[in-house]
Design a protein around this ligand. Structure first.
Ligand code: NAD
Length: 386
């Protein structure tokens, strides 16, 4: 079994190391902060103890996982690794410097992967002499629990490196989807409308946060409403992802951030972790009641789901991923109750198109333009799943 290197022992690196060690690999975790390494080590022990208590792990496996995981601040320990996954700070030149240094340490056959959420894999790979072995392997937080991993070859990545990376991550019991090196990859791009269109509905004064959350849970079956979810993710992270996807897509109106969330971000109202976001989490605060008007609820759901479906359809049209992978990404990466393209078939492409077209006519905004693929498929009377 190949040795795995993980750089960065923060939230993501520590989780990825746990997954790899549980799958049976020797894992070397490197961080330039000793306290981050210590914390990762303690956290792994705590997690394994909890799994032991719940009888999800044997004592022998826990001992083996612990002994297979090595912590260091010396990159030279990576010399025998077959795959190195980088999960350090999200700053391009810091990552580039690390990748070019790594290349001088590891063997020629070692795969170099980045867990970046928002940087292009091409730009990270460009720091290497052999950019063919550089790829994106994007886990979701928390890595041990979230099944999805996006595999993102850059324009320069060798096809065999893509195949090999997918094979390794599949063998860890993860659900892999193959996608293109475009901003937000699949999940962080397609999910933008869930937040953006919901905020827009609020900004237009049609409904408050509680009502929009109620509508999406009641009529869509989503586990969390958009505002609950943004507060859970953190409005700092969620705002920054939106801004990054929007700017990287050359200011595409569909991804435009909202002033509502920007102000929350500026006021440090990050959500659950700061005690207040869209909602107030201070103990004793009365939870706002939704307006359970069925007609309004259905309108909200219909509008948000149509925008989400439009993004998924356009992503398919632009060959971002296969139909199956686009749907898997949303069900396994963000727990959507159904894949969006399957949902499109169920709602009917004509109905989705009509909702979007009414808004497009009404607002005269590019944001609501239906994907050309909807038109093509309607004309040919086609469905995504025949
Ligand atoms: N947090 C998420 O939800 C999430 C999800 C998917 C992907 N990501 C991506 O994963 C990466 C890491 O995110 P995180 O949330 O784990 O960050 P984090 O801040 O929790 O951890 C980053 C770690 O990297 C270490 N580090 C920084 N520079 C280093 C260097 N040059 N060499 C070695 N160690 C270094 C830091 O000491 C820190 O321990 C980022 O690229 C992020 O975009 C994050």
């Amino acid at each position: 079994m190949i040795q795995i290197g993980v750089i960065g022992s923060g939230a993501m690196g520590a989780g990825i190391a746990q997954v790899a060690a549980t799958a049976g690999h020797k894992v070397i975790v490197c961080d330039n902060s000793q306290s981050a390494l210590d914390k990762a080590k303690t956290n792994l022990e705590t997690t394994l103890n909890k799994l032991l208590e719940k009888q999800k792990l044997t004592e022998q496996s826990a001992i083996e996982i612990t002994s297979r995981t090595i912590y260091t601040n010396d990159l030279n320990q990576f010399k025998d690794c077959g795959l190195v996954i980088e999960a350090i700070v999200e700053i391009l030149d810091v990552k580039q410097k690390l990748f070019s240094e790594l290349e001088t340490i590891v063997s020629g056959s070692c795969i170099l992967a980045s867990n970046t959420s928002s940087l292009s894999i091409a730009s990270i790979a460009s720091a290497c002499k052999n950019s063919e072995r550089v790829i994106g392997i994007h886990f979701f937080n928390p890595a041990p629990l979230m099944p999805l991993v996006e595999i993102i070859p850059a324009i320069t990545t060798d096809e065999n490196i893509t195949k090999e990376s997918k094979k390794i991550i599949d063998s860890w019991g993860k659900v892999t989807v193959l996608t293109k090196d475009t901003p937000g990859f699949i999940v962080n791009r397609v999910a933008r409308s869930y937040y953006g269109e919901s905020i827009r509905i609020y900004e237009e004064g049609m409904a408050d946060f509680a009502t929009i959350d109620w509508a999406m849970k009641t009529f869509g079956g989503f586990k969390m409403g958009p505002f609950e979810l943004m507060d859970f993710i953190g409005n700092d992270i969620n705002y920054k992802v939106t801004e990054s996807v929007w700017t990287q897509f050359f200011y595409e109106p569909r991804f435009k951030p909202s002033l509502t969330q920007k102000r929350l971000f500026e006021a440090k109202l990050f959500g659950r972790k700061s005690g207040r976001g869209y909602y107030n989490y201070t103990e004793g605060t009365i939870i706002p009641e939704p307006n359970k008007d069925e007609e309004l609820g259905k309108y909200i759901f219909n509008r948000v789901i149509s925008m989400l479906i439009n993004e998924a359809v356009d992503s398919y049209y632009l060959k971002l991923a296969s139909i199956e992978d686009l749907d898997l990404a949303m069900t396994k990466g963000v727990n959507y109750p159904k894949g969006l393209l399957k949902w499109a078939d169920e709602i009917g492409l004509q109905n989705v198109y009509n909702t979007l077209d009414v808004m497009y006519e009404l607002y005269n905004e590019e944001r609501y333009r239906p994907s050309i693929l909807l038109k093509i498929m309607m004309k040919d009377n086609k469905k995504f799943y025949e």
